[in-house]
Design a protein around this ligand. Structure first.
Ligand code: FEO
Length: 402
């Protein structure tokens, strides 16, 4: 009988033994309309080694894929490159079942796994730059702190040129295509950008350092094997260049106008600003948080140069939809943005000041005077909104030409 799940060979000694999550639509606040994969890898060395595991409910799928290649009880070593539960959720159960000779994690990984599982399992710390012999081949380790957690590390199988890069170079995309070169470049760029914006963005300065660190090893890397999405085996420069671009966050001639509205007053202002920016030749994305998702906003902000935010005042506050997206944006730390705020009010009118304060906390350079209007904007206020668009467009042009 044909088994349901099978492993997929990705190099001479490595098999993909992960799981495909076709259903997930929310990954800690990041909307994932196209599902995800939790990638785990089996290295068929003298010491058979499992690199990472999967989210707990997918343990049986992973073990079935392992069983299609080797009896799981023959696994000698397990490596935990990243202790977030989408990769370690079933680790203890696997350890109990397989009884491996050794389990490795970074020093921070050992601590984090103890904090998560409160279990006395003897996980061995490996150092940055350490090599572990698998008998007929070696596995080298490199710390990649903060991509995505402090414990994160990469593993490198020199014999096959495979870099197991955990969250780095990943994407939330459920497919049967296991390799990036089997998918359209546009789809890869969109999914990788969405993932970068929603997961990796706050650690951009670290990304640049880690890319340099990998390049300095001189390793002849042929394959990036991330913990999510397709495996990169051709044109690795495609994803490296995108990571460099996103990590540098150079402003572009693009403005994101984000707002929420109660009775369409703030919406009228948003449209006047957006139309004016477009007339000035700026690429504009106008997003109403009455309908859009926070993940879409941060994706659009990834390569933007301006962020303009609007909300009416509700009960002395900004609208909850705007509070949601501003909290999310602030945490993801987009850099090098200019912007301003706008909105309507009935009597107290705190929203615009609150939005401006948040922009300043985010280190967004407020380059145009915020606009606040009582109840419904008239022609005069809409003209001011058009002027605001012109001011932001002119400043944007200056910044991108420098
Ligand atoms: Fe895929 Fe940070 O976990």
């Amino acid at each position: 009988m044909t088994e349901v799940f099978s492993a997929i060979k990705i190099s001479d000694h490595v098999y993909w033994v992960g799981a495909i999550d076709w259903s997930i639509r929310d990954f800690h606040g990041y909307t994932t309309p196209h599902g995800s994969t939790y990638n785990a890898y089996l290295v068929l060395a003298d010491k058979i080694t499992l690199i990472d595991t999967v989210k707990a409910p997918f343990m049986n799928e992973m073990m079935a894929r392992v069983s299609s290649v080797v009896d799981p009880s023959k696994i000698d070593y397990i490596v935990s490159n990243h202790s977030e539960q989408d990769h370690s959720g079933c680790l203890l159960k696997i350890i109990d079942q397989v009884k491996p000779e050794k389990v490795f994690a970074s020093a921070m990984g050992v601590k984090t796994l103890k904090d998560i599982f409160h279990d006395p399992n003897n996980i061995l710390p490996v150092k940055d730059g350490e090599t572990v012999s698998l008998g007929n081949m070696d596995l080298k380790f490199m710390e990649a702190r903060m991509i995505h957690w402090p414990d994160s590390m990469f593993s490198y199988l020199e014999k096959d040129g495979v870099l197991f890069s955990q969250d780095a170079f990943g994407m939330h995309l459920a497919t049967f295509e296991r390799f990036a070169d089997e998918l359209p470049a546009g789809q890869l760029e969109y999914e990788a950008a969405t993932y970068y914006a929603n997961i990796v963005l706050p650690y951009s300065p670290v990304v640049l350092k880690v890319l340099d660190k990998v390049a300095a090893t001189g390793w002849a890397i042929k394959i990036f094997a991330p913990d999510h999405g397709p495996i990169w085996r051709k044109d690795l420069g495609f994803i490296i260049d995108l990571y460099k671009k996103w990590a540098l966050q150079k402003p572009t001639n693009k403005a994101v106008v984000v707002y929420a509205t109660m009775w369409h007053s703030t919406e009228m202002m948003a449209k006047a600003i957006a139309e004016s920016l477009a007339r000035e030749g700026v690429c504009v994305r106008l997003l109403s948080m009455n309908d859009a998702h926070r993940s879409e906003v941060v994706y659009e902000a990834l390569e933007a140069g301006a962020l303009i935010v609007g909300s009416p005042t509700l009960n002395n506050n900004i609208l909850p939809q705007m509070a949601d997206v501003m909290t999310y944006l602030k945490g993801l730390k987009p850099a090098n943005l200019i912007g301003t705020a706008f909105g309507s009010f009935g009597w107290s009118g705190e929203s615009v000041k609150d939005l401006e304060a948040t922009l300043k906390e985010m280190k967004v350079d407020v380059v145009a005077e915020p606009i606040s209007v009582k109840h419904v904007p008239g022609k005069d206020v809409l003209e001011k909104c058009s002027e605001l668009g012109k001011t932001v467009a002119a400043e944007l042009k200056k910044r991108i030409s420098n």
